[in-house]
Write a protein that binds this ligand. Structure first.
Ligand SMILES: [Zn+2]
Length: 158
C-alpha cells in the first residue's frame, strides 16, 4: 500500500514513513498534481480536505482516497490502522524527510559522522543519500515505538 498525503496531513505522512510505508508528501502540490501522481503511481490519497473528496476520480473509484477525520496525530494513526489495517511498528527503512529508501552503512565508515555516544552504543546504521542523514535505533526510535504501541485498533473488539 502506497500513499500520497496532502498538505494538512504532513505529520501523519512522516509517521507512516517511520513505519516503513511509501508516502509522497509535497507541501506545495495542488489538488490536480496530487491526483495525477496518485493515478500514475497507484497511491491512496490521504486528505483532510472535504472539497478534495468531491473530485470525480474519488467518486467513481478511479483513485482511492481516505478522508482523515481528526486533527490529532494519534486519532489519525488510529484511523489508518483501523480502516486500512496498517501495521504500525517502527521500521528504519525510509527517510522520514524525503521518503527515499535508506541504505545500510558500515559502522567503521562513519566514525566521525555521528555523535561519539551514539557511535559507542549503536551497531547498525542507515543512511539517506539525498538528505545526508544517518539513522539508528536510539531514543527517538523508542519514542516512535511507544507512540505506535499506544495506537488502538478501533475495528478490533479488545
Ligand atoms: Zn532523505
Amino acid at each position: 500500500m502506497k500513499f500520497i498525503a496532502d498538505i494538512m496531513v504532513g505529520k501523519l505522512a512522516k509517521y507512516l514513513r517511520m513505519a516503513g510505508y511509501d508516502v509522497i508528501y509535497i507541501n506545495d502540490a495542488s489538488d490536480d498534481e496530487i491526483i495525477k501522481i496518485a493515478r500514475k503511481t497507484n497511491r491512496i490519497v490521504l486528505t483532510r480536505d472535504s472539497l478534495m473528496l468531491e473530485r470525480k476520480e474519488f467518486k467513481n473509484g478511479t483513485i482511492k482516497c481516505l478522508h482523515i477525520e481528526d486533527v490529532k496525530l494519534k486519532n489519525q494513526l488510529e484511523q489508518v490502522k483501523s480502516e486500512l489495517g496498517l501495521s504500525l511498528e517502527p521500521n528504519l527503512m525510509r527517510c522520514i524527510e524525503c521518503n527515499r529508501k535508506l541504505v545500510k552503512v558500515k559502522k567503521d565508515d562513519i566514525k566521525n559522522r555521528v555523535p561519539p555516544y551514539v557511535y559507542k552504543t549503536q551497531e547498525n546504521f542507515l543512511y539517506c543519500k539525498k538528505c545526508d542523514k544517518y539513522y539508528w535505533r536510539g531514543t527517538h526510535y523508542d519514542n516512535i515505538k511507544n507512540t505506535f504501541l499506544s495506537i488502538k485498533d478501533r475495528s478490533s473488539p479488545v
